[in-house]
Design a protein around this ligand. Sequence first.
Ligand code: PNW
Length: 465
Amino acid sequence: MSNRNDFPEGFLWGAATASFQIEGATTADGRGRSIWDTFAETPGKVLGGDTGDPADDHYNRYAEDVELMKSLNLDAYRFSIAWPRILPEGSGKVNQAGIDFYDRLVDTLLEAGIRPWATLYHWDLPQPLEDAGGWPARDTAYRFQEYARVVAEALGDRVNDWMTINEPWCSAFLGYYDGHHAPGHQDPAAALAATHHLLLGHGLAVEALRSTGHPARVGLAHNQAVIRPHGPSAADARAARRADGVRNRIFTDPLFKGRYPADVVADLAEISDFSFVREGDLETISAPLDFLGINYYSPEFVAASAKGLDPALVSGEGGAWLGAEPEEVHVSQGLPVTHMGWEIDPTGMYDVLTRMAAESGGIDIYVTENGCAFEDTVTPEGRVHDTDRLDYYEGHLRAAKEALLSGVPLRGYFAWSLLDNFEWAWGYSRRFGIVHVDYESQVRTVKDSGLWYSQLAATGRFPER
Ligand code: PNW
């Protein structure tokens, strides 16, 4: 057949966002404070002193944004629920006005024929829970289960696709090890305890989401890193093993094998004895999932030493990642980069999908995030000619198609992001949207990449360019 589609019938086309990055209205209707409110208000933490306001004012403009999604032919919308809107103190009293917002959003999506895909935790931990110890404290996992139960009971009759946690590595390691994300701590042992309690919270939330009697497909959105040795030496291979351990296997082995990897536990022995792991935790964490969400942006190359390498390409000396030997470094390959400085390499998409299909035991796989930041300009005619972003999407989606052809059970793809938004420590300076947002006027402009994506979503075929 000459007119065969590139993607199978029923392949799910979506776009993704996260509550703190788009909602704004951080003090509306009883919302409590989160660690990102505190972090953003701390001088020097977020570029330009940007905060969660106004973001995209999506809290007030959600209906217009759902119209936009419909015009882009999206089948599904991945959003996250703000824990501090639901439980302002993190636990205890439920804020009905917060639930009402997500009720309206979900109903509006369903009326538009768009499937709601909800993430419970995309980094906005209620500040009172951080004050009580945050993710390094075991109790936070149980508070997360309490929150999951409240949300599942409120929305489970209409939301059937759930992700517990977004990118646990970022929460644990950027939040508690390198300090570039909220709450901004630099404490290696705390990062490892946080890792375990995020995983435990995930497992407890899976139970809660499945306890309502409503159909619930449950997974998480994991940023599995693509780690490659810089050169063919055994020493570079060892560095890659260590980096893969603390980036990936420390999460995926508990999830899919029910144990922490022995080599990682040994590598990290001086930092932690893993005594936070209690009887039964790993059974909770390894409950079978319905799908795995993969967030992919760029691969990482590592080397055993910077010796002989171009200093301009080397980073992370003296502790490139937790558990690294002192000389081990990240090495850039000199490929073109996005506005984040992340190298563009679609082969990483193929590699991550084929690896995770093998490791996750045949469950459905979705790309829950993929995309890029570039500097955009709106023309006087109201267009954004973002050819660089469009090239990125086409390259990565062609790699995803190759993975499908090799038998990966890839069922859908979510572009990150629907809208330009608050890019964490980079504030509003980095634009990931397929839709441009003017933060003064809140005017939305579909970029060329968004127009292209909407055609792909409608036809399942790569549009002519
Ligand atoms: C992911 N890193 O974040 C998040 O899920 C999104 O909220 C975010 O906007 C998107 O990717 C783009 O950054 C990451 O430093 C943030 O390695 C930082 C890193 C990785 C992912």
